[in-house]
Design a protein around this ligand. Structure first.
Ligand SMILES: C[S@@+](CC[C@H](N)C(=O)[O-])C[C@H]1O[C@@H](n2cnc3c(N)ncnc32)[C@H](O)[C@@H]1O
Length: 310
């Protein structure tokens, strides 16, 4: 959804847009190209992503002065804004989940397809790895995570099988244990049988759902009038949190009117100044080109004009 994302930020006021999940910088570059009056502050907790971004800035003169990057988890956004003396931002993008290098490099341990150590840390300095979760969590804890983070209906059986197979030290061993724990007919539907459990463990290792609401709220609070916060989600857990945070921003507006930044466009009749877009889905073409795009949802919220509030 590169174009949709770039278009999203063409109307925002001049200033800094935060790319909270910089990755390989594809979205950041598209946003910079589409809107010459903004700069990007790129965040990523992955050392490789930031090293790559720093090389991009050296190699591409057009990025100098327009792209600044910091290696942080995105719930530290406030601290970075303070460090850079940025009082307000023009918007923020959260493209959640893993990047292609994280999935493709076997040593990172994210993929059930490539044999690697059970790692899954997006931030290589993190203390908790997938091996810790897999080998030391109680069976009930594991089952809870696999259910909550991935809606896996065979979570209990998978958790029992993992505990019985300990110690597990590689991604392929874990994948085999998961596949064997799922009844044969169910293995044939819904993609790779280990996919959901790997997602659930990754979310636990990186505390992805715990920090999302807070980080989104910080971004929304820091956004200036006319600015936008866009979020690309890839599974129902993320999607639920984004919907809740956006909805509570709208609700605030409804109840308090003055001093509250967002209302839903349905409350405004023809005045198109505040709006929350409903989720957008990738085109069919994109879904066939890119496996990850199939589950992607884009949600955008825009800060209201002050005079239209109340
Ligand atoms: C889906 S990729 C982003 C791809 C990016 N939009 C691009 O165009 O290349 C997600 C990236 O966000 C990073 N990330 C995920 N959660 C993060 C968090 N809480 N704080 C900082 N970075 C995070 C990951 O390390 C990964 O590099």
């Amino acid at each position: 959804m590169l174009n949709e994302i770039a278009q999203c930020f063409t109307t925002v006021p001049p200033g800094v847009v935060v790319d909270a999940t910089f990755g390989l910088g594809g979205h950041a570059k598209a946003i910079l190209k589409a809107n010459p009056s903004i700069q990007i502050l790129g965040l990523d907790q992955d050392a490789d992503a930031i090293a790559n971004a720093e090389r991009m800035i050296v190699d591409d003169a057009s990025l100098r002065g327009r792209l600044t990057v910091r290696r942080v988890r995105f719930d530290s956004l406030n601290a970075v804004l303070e460090e850079l003396s940025i009082k307000e931002i023009s918007g923020a993008l959260f493209d959640l989940g893993v990047s292609s290098p994280q999935l493709d490099i076997a040593e990172r341990g994210f993929s059930y397809r490539n044999d690697g150590p059970l790692d899954m840390r997006m931030d290589q300095r993190g203390e908790l790895s997938a091996a810790d979760v897999v080998n030391s969590y109680q069976e009930s804890e594991l089952a809870g995570i696999i259910t909550e983070n991935a809606d896996e209906k065979f979570a209990r059986r998978i958790a029992r099988a993992i505990v019985a197979a300990r110690p597990i030290s590689t991604t392929t061993h874990l994948a085999e244990v998961i596949v064997a724990a799922i009844p044969a007919p169910a293995r044939r539907t819904g993609g790779h049988p280990a996919k959901r459990t790997f997602q659930a463990i990754r979310i636990e290792v990186n505390k992805e759902l715990e920090i999302l609401a807070r980080a989104l709220q910080v971004a929304i609070d820091a956004t200036k009038v006319g600015g936008r916060v866009a979020v690309l989600t890839y599974h129902s857990g993320e999607n639920r949190i984004v919907k809740q945070v956006f909805r509570s921003s709208e609700k605030d507006a409804d109840e308090q009117k003055i001093g509250s930044p967002f209302v839903h466009e349905s409350q405004l009749g023809t005045r198109r100044v505040h709006r929350v877009r409903v989720a957008q889905y990738p085109s069919e073409h994109e879904q066939t080109q890119n496996r990850r795009a199939k589950s992607a949802r884009l949600r955008v919220i825009e800060k209201a004009l002050a005079e239209a509030r109340g």
